[in-house]
Design a protein around this ligand. Sequence first.
Ligand code: T4K
Length: 397
Amino acid sequence: MKKMPVIMGGSPAFRETLGIVRPVLPALSAISDRLANSMATGQLTNNGQYVRQLEFELAEYLGVKHAVAVGNATIGLIILMKALGRTGEVIMPSFTYSATAHAAVWAGQQPVFADILPDTYTIDPSAVEKLINERTVAIMGVHIYGHACEIEELQSVADRHGIPLIFDAAHAFGSYYRGTRIGSFGFAEVFSFHATKIFPVGEGGVVTTEDDELANTLHLLRAFGGLQGEENTVLPGTNGKMQEFNALIGLENLKVIDDHVQTRRSISGHIQEMLEDVPGLTFQTQKPYAVSNYQNLSVLVDESSFGLNRDELYDSLKLEGIGSRKYFFPALHEHDTYRHRPETTPIPLPVTERVSSQILCLPIYSQMTLDEAEQMCSAICNIHNHASSIRTRFRTP
Ligand code: T4K
């Protein structure tokens, strides 16, 4: 007998919630000796040996000259935008996590939001060009859900106007653009190693750049603006350092990241196949130039053909024990922080508003089993099959 959705009296698809993500971490035994060493010597932070080793290995893995480890991507974005050397407007998408814009504000910059492309949800290069003026100090692309931005097009806009191009690559560790790993594009890129990311260390991140002077400034800014061991400071820096414990996890993650990207790509492929005939669900387009790490697996929910709107699908999944998330709703220009600041949104953002009102990210993580994926997909199919009754229940006061 076909299973009924919970709202129609059925039992939940998952007794224990299938969360949006589950960090896959190394065994404690893999780091315990080095952790014990760190604890015995008392060197827990301040550019310790494991952080330095991680920086060296990250630079090699990402194929970039400098990798500056930081305490999280937000502080990485702040010091990067501070290092730009002058204040003004940073053009960025509104369809991103709050940290992207908040970091600009913390760095003394003003975010200015540009619309996104309707298929990949990354920033639209032609929308960026329309926003450039004499106050523009940088263009910030965000590799949404691990899918690369249109980097070449953005770079030519940046070059035409002599403005640095930087990337919020929080989602994109292990992703590729035209056969090259994300990490060496633009003036600099910033990755997140948060617990919820494909490369989880707890709290952590890295800023990557080919530019010697920028790397030097970032080293100063992440450690109070002074050289290690000296009392004098040369810049008003902050504390953006990574700890040894997090670096140790990162060193182990590097050994398995390529496998994790492969597994996520394969499980995401299965999920997309299983849901391809469900009307009203559209996946993020994967462009031929991009290889995504599938940090997130999103669907756009079209109410008229799916039968329920995004919020009703979200609520129905919750009842099934499936923890989807509305990344990124509301879009940043609709957050209370920015909606009273019209200077942040000089041009309407129709694509952003449509995508953010329909987007839903489904659970995905590097060791998700096929069984879990199948159960999730069959719950979604069930919900669609009973959409009209579910809709009546949700909409009847
Ligand atoms: N730029 C972009 C585009 C970003 O998406 C982000 C962060 C940043 C910049 C800034 O990066 P960081 O400064 O964080 O390095 C999460 C993350 O906190 C945040 O890092 C992430 N993006 C954002 C999209 O999502 P929440 O509030 O959704 O996370 P939370 O606590 O609800 O956790 C989500 C799920 O993960 C839960 O179901 C449980 C699981 N989880 C969570 C944590 C914290 C774990 O299994 N273990 C954990 O330790 O923000």
